[in-house]
Ligand binder design. Structure first.
Ligand code: URA
Length: 213
C-alpha cells in the first residue's frame, strides 16, 4: 500500500483543532469538511484523465477531462458521511456509493450491514472515505468488498491512521493485485485497549453527529 501523509501547515492546523475536545460538533463538521478537501487534492493526483481540446477566445488549447467511467466515491457509514461533501467539492461529477460497516466493540471485527454500490466496478477508480483507520478491520473489509466487485484502483482517504491499522491492511491485502493508496493527515502513535487512536480525536462519528445510541 502506498501511504501519503499530507504534509501541509493548513492540514496540521485543522487537524489540531479537530483533535481538541473543546471543539463542538458544528465546528468539527466544518473543519472535517475543509480537511477532506485538502486531502482530496492529494488523493486525486492520479485520477484518470483523457485529452480534450477547447477553443479559448484566442486559440485552441489542449487540456484534459476526467475519463469515463467516472470515479466512484464511497463513504463508509456512518462517520465517512462527514467526509462526502469535502470530497465532492473537488470531484463533483463522481458517482457516490455507500457502504455501511460496523465494528463489534468487543471483538473489533467489521461486518457489512448495508451497501448501495454498482454491481460491476470494473475499470473504476474508487475513493473510500473513512475518518479513522484504527484497527484496519473496517478498511480491509471495505477494500476487499470493492475488489470483489472489480475495482481496479482504490484510494482510502482517512483523517487519521494508526500504525496497527496500516499494518493490518497491508497484511490482509498483500495477495490483492490492485493498487491501494492511503492518504491521511497524520499517522498517530498507537491504539489504546479500546481500539481508539492515540492521541487521535475520539469517536469521529460521535463528534460529527453526536451520540445516537
Ligand atoms: N473510530 C473512531 O471514531 N475513533 C478512533 O479513535 C478509532 C476508531
Amino acid at each position: 500500500m502506498r501511504i501519503h501523509v499530507a504534509d501541509h501547515p493548513l492540514v496540521a492546523h485543522k487537524l489540531t483543532l479537530l483533535r481538541d475536545e473543546q471543539t463542538e460538533s458544528p465546528t468539527f463538521r466544518r473543519l472535517a469538511d475543509e480537511l477532506v478537501t485538502l486531502l482530496a487534492y492529494e488523493a486525486t493526483r492520479d485520477v484518470r484523465t483523457e485529452p480534450r481540446t477547447v477553443q479559448t477566445p484566442v486559440a485552441e488549447a489542449v487540456g484534459v477531462r476526467l475519463s469515463s467511467p467516472r470515479p466512484l466515491v464511497v463513504p463508509i457509514l456512518r462517520a465517512g458521511l462527514g467526509m462526502l461533501e469535502g470530497m465532492q467539492r473537488l470531484l463533483p461529477t463522481a458517482e457516490v456509493g455507500f457502504l455501511g460497516m460496523i465494528r463489534d466493540e468487543a471483538t473489533l471485527a467489521a461486518s457489512t450491514y448495508a451497501e448501495r454500490l454498482p454491481s460491476d466496478l470494473a475499470g473504476r477508480q474508487c475513493y473510500l472515505l473513512d475518518p479513522m483507520l484504527a484497527t484496519g478491520g473496517t478498511l480491509a473489509a471495505a477494500i476487499q468488498f470493492l475488489v470483489a466487485r472489480g475495482a481496479d484502483q482504490i484510494t482510502a482517504v482517512c483523517l487519521l491512521a494508526a500504525p496497527e491499522g496500516i499494518g493490518r491492511v497491508e497484511r490482509e491485502l498483500t495477495a490483492l493485485d490492485v493498487p491501494i493508496t492511503l492518504v491521511t493527515a497524520a499517522v498517530d502513535e498507537c491504539l489504546n485497549d479500546k481500539g481508539y487512536i492515540v492521541p487521535g480525536l475520539g469517536d469521529a462519528g460521535d463528534r460529527l453527529y453526536g451520540v445516537a445510541g
